[in-house]
Design a protein around this ligand. Structure first.
Ligand code: ADP
Ligand code: MG
Length: 698
């Protein structure tokens, strides 16, 4: 944008230093351009007028035309209010102000014709509208021009008189500033092909739609632009990396890989696992640095693929590391890898936040000297003190929790970037993958190991506990074990622990003949391990736990997963938890226990769980229902998910189109050096220059 776009919003007529400060803090609006890109979140049709006699309390925002008959100030203290009796000839209703009483009394007059806009509430036999917008009919052209925009505002903004209406006025001022023609950001060719509105026309219509059709076109143009620049950035970075960054070639499939495959592997790989291992081998064997995303449903066997890849690196005289989002998961990976490797001559180290200094002093020099082949750990791996002799492969097992920058830090110290494999704990929707990991190649394990029976999922209300216990008793009697999981949410931590501990008492009482154990986050590590061990060894029949087990244990004999207060879990979390059972050859069950009173959305969530076991479907549904903004970790995960207008749940087609167009432009002009691509380069710099040095990263 031009210099004018960068000017502080403080200088816009009607703003000033105080409001500017609030706009920045509350809405992140610093410049004229920021304000322009502060889009409405909804529109209300103000082309229609209602009549007083047709109003009911359950109506959304409505608009009336009529006169104020009288004013009256009622009540004392907090209840003090100004009431204006209003009529349009079909009946009367009250307009009410609790704040700004003097101002309203001064501004509005009896007898004059007004347009009144607001949300009606039923009050005994009549309706009233609190804090309505009131405008003289002469100004109807300005306020009632059909679709009226609504802007997000916070309490602090409203206190500074920056409500939605005020923002609308600021947009009006901004768009009518003389000498400001919002400069186009897309090349003419792109605009033409996509038949998109020009930027000036689009921003005008997003704030002040001429018609519903124009609004849709403006939305398309701005969504496209938003997604297009993200994709252009991602694809350009990926291309740059492929071109410039030499990989560390791992051409040899040597004795470690072969010995393990032949003598140590306890089962055959699934076809999907084989295919993915081939893809990884091709990448690591080539000269270019691997950047691959490995997706697979819970239990599809990603860990084994990770291990085989690490052996490949070791065969080529490199080290490998594997980073997990939690300590429990890191411990679990360490145990799994040690177990798989048996007596093979490979040195594995575990490094987490709770590794003692004494051990650390031994582990770190061994890594630096190249004596350690595999390092498994948590965030502790990206600390400055960890130096590898020759890191050839970095594996990141994550739950959308590692941001791009964290990924980068893992090997910024390395002279050559190692190969990178990112694994997701549960599948993520395609649109989200394209945005979060759009610069990575994708491998998918779309097959579960043989002999798995799909878990049967049921939804039960918590007043039907007796039947549930009967069912559980039958399962345990036939030799199975069961998990019972309680939610643990920070805000209500105390209450959650109380629920868990009460549950523990109840289960011990109901099942006196069986052993019940319990783990939760507040236990000391040793205590937690001991309880866990009881369950793993089969000594305990029922394990009560908080979500600490979500990504943890693997007990094939466990066939029942009971999730208490299931309404408080998100879809992907429920799916992860369910993935703890169904790992043996027995029929397994997942019981979602909830209260009877559920919101429509929650009910839908539980229904989806009952209907499908497919993690990919669940992820798509989750995105559709919640929008990407709410998905765990997406906000802090790096590039492009802080979207202002596009919605990854519903704009998949626009996203794909934007990616295609970006790809074509880069194919013809990789460095964007053609004159007609000047604006693209400049816009990319403006949007992404504050990010890290992309050349070095994943
Ligand atoms: P996830 O993809 O969820 O990380 P894991 O790697 O934990 O899955 O594997 C789940 C279970 O399946 C583990 O017990 C693992 O040993 C087992 N497993 C993996 N691959 C196979 C296979 N090809 N055949 C049989 N069992 C397998
Ligand atoms: Mg796993």
């Amino acid at each position: 944008m031009t210099e004018l776009g960068k000017r502080s919003v403080m200088y816009l007529p009607g703003v000033g230093p105080k409001k500017a400060e609030v706009l920045l803090k509350e809405a992140g609006i610093a410049s004229f351009e920021d304000l322009l890109y502060y889009f409405p979140y909804k529109y209300i049709d103000r082309s229609r007028f209602y009549t007083v006699d047709s109003i009911t309390g359950d109506m959304p925002y409505i608009q009336l035309k009529g006169r104020i008959l009288s004013f009256e100030t009622l009540g004392e203290g907090r209840a003090r209010r100004l009431v204006a009796r209003f009529t349009d000839g079909t009946g009367t209703l009250d307009l009410v102000w609790f704040k700004g009483i003097a101002y309203a009394k001064e501004k509005y007059r009896t007898g004059r014709e007004y347009i009144v806009f607001g949300k009606p509430t039923e009050f005994g036999h009549t309706c009233n509208i609190a804090h309505p917008d009131v405008d003289p009919v002469e100004q109807a052209g300005q306020v009632a021009g059909g679709l009226t925009p609504f802007y997000n505002t916070t309490e602090k903004m409203k206190k500074m008189f920056l409500n939605s209406r005020a923002i609308q006025n600021l947009q009006y001022t901004l768009l009518n500033l003389i000498k400001w023609e919002v400069p186009e950001t897309l090349p003419a060719g792109v605009l033409q092909r996509s038949q998109a509105l020009s930027l000036p026309e689009a921003v005008r219509n997003i704030h002040f739609p001429e018609s519903a059709a124009k609004l849709r076109m403006a939305q398309f143009r701005l969504k496209f632009e938003e997604l297009f620049f993200i994709q252009l950035h991602i694809l350009r970075t990926a291309a740059y990396r492929k071109q410039k960054l030499r990989g560390l070639t791992c051409p040899t499939v040597g004795s470690h890989f072969n010995t393990f495959y032949r003598d140590y592997l306890p089962f055959d790989l699934t076809d999907a696992q084989k295919r993915v291992v081939r893809e990884i081998r091709a990448d690591m064997g080539s000269e270019r640095q691997m950047n691959r995303l490995l997706q697979g449903d819970v239990g599809s066997g990603k860990t084994l693929v990770a291990l085989l890849s690490m052996l490949l690196a070791i065969d080529n005289k490199y080290q490998a590391c594997m980073m997990a989002p939690t300590e429990i998961l890191a411990n679990q990976h360490y145990a799994t890898v040690m177990n798989f490797l048996g007596d093979m001559d490979i040195t594995v180290a575990l490094l987490t936040g709770s590794t003692r200094k004494k051990d650390r002093d031994r582990i770190l020099p061994a890594i630096a000297a190249g004596e350690t082949d595999i390092v498994i750990g948590t965030h502790a791996l990206i600390e400055g003190t960890v130096v590898f002799a020759s890191l050839g492969l970095a594996i990141i097992d994550e739950q959308h929790r590692f941001g791009v920058e964290q990924r980068a830090r893992l090997w910024q110290k390395n002279e050559h970037a190692p190969h990178v494999l990112v694994m997701t704990a549960t599948p993520i929707p395609r649109t989200l993958a394209m945005t979060l990991y759009g610069d990575l190649d994708v491998s998918v394990i779309d097959q579960l190991p043989p002999g798995r029976k799909p878990v049967m999922t049921m939804h039960r209300y918590d007043n039907k506990k007796k039947e549930l216990y009967q069912f559980l008793r039958r399962e345990i009697r036939s030799g199975r074990q069961a998990y019972v999981v309680y939610p643990m949410i920070e805000e209500s931590e105390k209450l959650d622990y109380k629920n868990l501990e009460e549950g523990f008492e109840v289960f011990r009482e109901v099942f006196p003949e069986y052993t019940v154990c319990m783990v939760h986050g507040r236990m000391k590590a040793a205590e937690k391990d001991a309880e866990m061990q009881k369950f793993i060894s089969g000594e305990a029949d029922i394990l009560l736990a908080t979500t600490v087990i979500e990504v943890g244990v693997n007990v094939p004999n466990a066939s029942v997963m009971i999730i208490e207060s299931a309404e408080r879990f998100g879809l992907s979390q429920l799916h992860q938890l369910r993935g703890r059972v169904g790992r043996g050859s027995d029929q397994s069950y997942c019981v979602l226990v909830s209260s009877y009173k559920l919101s429509a959305e929650t009910r839908k969530r539980l229904e989806i769980m009952v209907q499908t076991n497919n993690g990919f479907e669940i992820a798509e549904e989750d995105l559709r229902m919640r929008g990407h903004g709410d998905l765990e970790g997406t906000r802090q995960s790096g590039v492009g998910v802080d979207l202002k207008i596009a919605n990854l749940g519903t704009d998949g087609q626009i996203l794909q189109y934007a990616r295609d167009v970006a790809g074509e432009i880069l194919a013809s002009d990789p460095d964007l050096s053609l004159p007609e691509h000047d604006p693209l380069r400049r816009r990319l710099e403006a949007l992404f220059s504050h990010k890290i040095n992309w050349g070095r990263i994943s």
